[in-house]
Design a protein around this ligand. Structure first.
Ligand SMILES: NC(=O)CC[C@H](N)C(=O)O
Length: 384
């Protein structure tokens, strides 16, 4: 361990040669990924364990990260999935009654590298200006860095376009889910009966999505990402849910889109998709998806529901988007981002098939969009 307090023990190299030094925490070693920034002021543990972040390092624009520690209940999946984290201030000792472990120890035990002491405003401006950069992040307690090799490693990262990561993060086998939310958003009744049989296809599903489905009255069976049409229909579902997940919807869609297309062609089953599920439903309907400059990642993104004009404050985490210009006849845009006008929701006009780009399960984030789970449950009929 270096004894010089000024000597950097971590280094973040952008592919354009820009270098950020800081103090390392979590695991030691090196990782390469795409870099994004997240503006949420809380929920760093949920963000780090959201499977949608596979292949990405997250820069937190909120400066106090780590100060409430981590706990087993707030994991969105079993392990952190984001490749690493960048923060402004080194985490202080955690102070919260729910804290079971310090953030640094938790990251170290899960092989995830973090760097603190970075000018995250400057870094965020760089991400906005150049688009999500490819980076290499190195943590060496001795502070020995081969900058040329790090920049070369960042340049060597192939990026996320055309990459299917859902296969890496999906479940190995199907399973039932019956845990409900711990708290209900204001104004919603607690459902006690699982009345609707729902198959949730797991492209990297967050646990709170499954809790929200169960809480809206769904009896949930989770299937692996590569489940075929026949495997889905063998469960005789009243509805099918398409989850969030990492990577490029075009690549994941190579196997997911034919399954979704078969559901649309051969059945009348209601479908609800979130984020990657939304993007792949749109592709199955004939629309295009595109890579965004630096994407949307945060917990305060305003989204307008087109039919009512109502604005929801939403949780967001995506780097690809549905091109609303490419929506075919019979599919309408239901939600739109008030930050940049990008598509945030679609529906088929003649049947209960709909999806959204934002995250109605929040975790972290506001609860404004929870009604979408109730809307899905209502589309499943009176129940069994
Ligand atoms: N949260 C998600 O499902 C992300 C979807 C997709 N990987 C994207 O980045 O756009």
């Amino acid at each position: 361990m270096s004894t010089d307090p000024q000597k950097p023990t971590a280094c973040l190299a952008l592919a354009d040669g820009t270098i950020f030094y800081g103090q390392g925490f979590g695991a030691t070693g090196q990782t390469v990924a795409e870099l994004c920034f997240n503006t949420a002021m809380s929920g760093y543990q949920e963000i780090m364990t959201d499977p949608s972040y596979a292949g990405q390092i997250v820069t937190f624009t909120f400066p106090h990260i780590g100060n409430v520690g981590v706990n087993p209940e707030d994991d969105e999946t079993a392990d952190p999935v984001a490749a690493g984290m960048v923060v402004k201030w080194m985490p202080t000792q955690s102070s919260n009654w729910r804290s079971a472990q310090e953030l640094g120890a938790w990251l170290a035990s899960r092989g995830r590298i973090a760097i603190g002491g970075v000018d995250t405003r400057r870094l965020t401006r760089a991400i906005r200006q150049q688009g999500a950069p490819h980076v290499a992040l190195s943590h060496d307690p001795e502070g020995n860095f081969d900058i040329g090799a790090l920049v070369a490693a960042a340049r060597g990262f192939a990026g996320l376009e055309g990459v299917d990561l859902a296969r890496d993060v999906t479940c190995a086998q199907s399973y039932r889910w019956d845990e409900m939310r711990w708290a209900w958003p204001e104004g919603y009744a607690r459902q006690t009966e699982a009345r609707h049989k729902v198959v949730a296809v797991d492209y990297g599903a967050k646990r709170n999505i499954l809790r929200c489905l169960a809480s809206a009255g769904c009896d949930v069976t989770v299937l692996p990402a590569t489940a075929s049409y026949d495997e889905v229909m063998a469960h005789e579902p009243d509805g099918v849910f398409l989850s969030n997940g990492p990577g490029d919807p075009a690549a994941t869609g190579e196997y997911a889109v034919p399954m979704i297309r078969a559901l649309l062609d051969k059945t009348e089953v209601p479908i609800f998709g979130i984020c990657l599920g939304h993007q792949m439903l749109a592709r199955a309907l004939g629309a295009r998806t595109i890579k965004m400059n630096h994407g949307h990642h945060g917990a305060n993104h305003p989204v307008k529901e087109v039919s009512t004009g109502k604005v929801e404050i939403t949780s967001m985490n995506h780097g690809f988007a549905v091109d609303s210009q490419s929506l075919p006849d019979g599919v309408e845009e239901t939600h739109v981002s008030l930050f940049d006008g990008s598509n945030c929701g679609i529906r088929m006009t003649d049947r209960p098939v709909f999806s959204v780009q934002h995250h109605p399960e929040a975790s972290p984030g506001p609860q404004d969009s929870y009604y979408l789970f109730e809307r899905f449950a209502a589309s499943l009929g009176a129940g069994r």
